[in-house]
Design a protein around this ligand. Structure first.
Ligand code: CA
Ligand code: CA
Length: 516
């Protein structure tokens, strides 16, 4: 008897442990959160956000319990560049093997990675390899080699370099003083561009990625991916295919996403090797905001379904990466307003979507910030509005007034069950409950109504249906004559409710429903 009880107890414990640890997400179909490190959270009182600050805020992002409902529930973090750099944004790197002391140490990074992994959060680094800082040792050695005309110097060909006769039209060049040479700097004179025709340079950038993979990093966001070979799309596409293939030999499940800020035709050409952000869906005139602001939702659904088809045709393992805004764009709350509900339905549109959506820090509380007349990106990267004792300050050069933040702080929104923050928690949890949303095959399900429409989603041999009412009126639609139609509601999410009876779906304003 004792023996039987003991066996039962062991079985119970095994099952119990399994249930407690159950987490549906063990692949890359994750909701990511973009952190602009210097503006997020400050751990040491110098006003600059840092890696320990991110660590201190993990409970806000994901407290490790998928069912707690008390944290945002994101399962990936994109850290903006953390390597030594003279700028506040750190996209001009001086040393790829050192964490900028403003942000902390390598130990801080490994601690953050370890704690994230305990909570099933992936951490990806922002890797800017198209260019370095002009203060990088490589550039100093390159300029010296050019001055000395020493073609045997290993650094002589590290950067793209021309003379007056060999300049390409359309590219921006800067002179190397005391030589007949110019280096390429399409972003600025402080950001010289590396020469990827040089195998040594290719090895360098490979070694950087390998170093951080060894350290435990899960992947990378690749900055300026289409500029590797400026205005030579095929060349850049080939580079990324080579690079990602190399990285996959050491880490087959690596998470990669590239910044190819371009039209879909050009972006899709990269999908062979590299997942890419979908810029067409972002910003005020993008597919998400247009639909959320009263545009035809069927245009949104047909666009999303056809885009996914196109990328899967090229690479069946590729993902759509939807997002509304990032550090290079005016903040979404300027055109998706939490007060009229458009910010809520926009969250449904891009988080209840295939692939791996990205949230820009602060978007979940309706933080505002735009370039404005000062024309500075710093205004798009303001200090996170914690509303507690965090000492993080706005970045240098910002001019956006604190009085222009009407949507409240984290501290305020945590207390308000109807806040945008709490809504984001619910939408992410909703998405995580139903694996078909991220992973299924999408077909546009067109309804003859401009603010009501959706998808049928095929996953594991079953069909689900996801409908959105993006408008401000309750709408009913008779689905009984459709060949494929749902039998019942699984769950709805939004500012109102959903009802389904006698084949008629009724969706409240700014509300979505998952059906089967
Ligand atoms: Ca700090
Ligand atoms: Ca380049």
């Amino acid at each position: 008897m004792k023996k039987i009880l003991c066996v039962l107890l062991i079985i119970f414990l095994l099952c119990g442990c399994k249930a407690a640890k159950a987490d549906p997400i063990d692949d890359n179909y994750r909701v990511f959160y973009q952190i602009f490190v210097g503006s997020f959270s400050d751990s040491d009182g110098d006003g600059i956000g840092d890696l320990k600050g991110v660590l201190n805020r993990l409970d806000y992002l994901n407290d490790g319990n998928v069912n707690s409902g008390k944290s945002l529930g994101i399962q990936g973090i994109w850290l903006s560049p953390v390597f030594v750099s003279p700028s506040y944004h750190k996209y001009d790197v001086v040393d790829y093997y050192q964490i900028d002391p403003q942000f902390g140490t390598e130990e801080d990074l490994t601690k953050l990675i370890d704690e994230c992994h305990k909570r099933n959060i992936l951490v990806i680094l922002d890797l800017a390899i198209n260019h370095t800082s002009i203060n990088h040792e490589w550039f100093k050695r390159f300029a010296e080699a050019r001055k000395a005309e020493n073609k045997t110097d290993a650094f002589y060909d590290y950067y793209t370099c021309v003379t007056d006769e060999t300049k390409d039209k359309g590219k921006t060049y800067y002179p190397i003083p005391g030589t007949p040479y110019y280096y390429e700097g399409n972003f600025s004179g402080d950001m010289p561009e590396l020469n990827f025709n040089n195998q040594e340079v290719r090895n360098e950038v490979l070694n950087i990625a390998k170093y951080y993979i060894d350290l435990g990093i899960d992947g990378f966001r690749f900055d300026a991916a289409k500029y590797i070979y400026y205005a030579d799309n095929d060349g850049s596409v080939d580079f990324w295919q080579w690079y990602i293939n190399e990285l996959k030999t050491i880490k087959p499940d690596i998470y990669t996403v590239g910044e190819v800020w371009s039209n879909d035709h050009e972006t899709i050409s990269y999908i062979k090797g590299l997942n890419c952000f979908n810029f067409t869906m972002s910003q005020p005139t993008g597919a998400i905001a247009t639909a959320a602001n009263g545009g035809d939702v069927n245009r949104y659904t047909t666009y999303v379904a056809s885009y996914i088809d196109k990328i899967h045709e090229i690479n069946p393992d590729s993902m759509i990466i939807p997002f509304v805004s990032n550090h290079d764009m005016d903040r979404a709350a300027g055109y998706l307003n939490p007060k009229n509900g458009t910010a809520y339905i926009a969250a449904n549109l891009y988080i209840l979507c295939s692939g791996s959506p990205f949230i820009y820090y602060g978007e979940e509380i309706g933080m505002k910030g735009s370039r404005g007349t000062a024309n500075t990106d710093a205004n798009r990267r303001l200090a996170m509005l914690w509303g507690d004792n965090d000492t993080v300050r706005d970045p240098e050069g910002s001019t956006y007034g604190a009085d222009k933040q009407p949507n409240g702080t984290v501290a305020e929104q945590l207390k308000d069950k109807n806040s945008l923050y709490n809504y984001y928690c619910s939408v992410i949890a909703f998405r995580n409950r139903y694996p078909q949303i991220a992973r299924g095959k999408y077909y546009a399900y067109i309804l003859n109504d401009s603010t009501m429409g959706g998808f049928s989603i095929e996953y594991n041999g079953e069909i689900s249906y996801l409908f959105h009412n993006t408008g401000t009126e309750e709408l009913s639609y008779d689905l009984s004559s459709f060949e494929f139609k749902p039998s019942k509601i699984i769950e709805s999410i939004g500012l109102n409710n959903a009802k389904y009876s006698n084949g008629v779906l009724t969706l409240g304003p700014q509300t979505s429903v998952l059906m089967k």
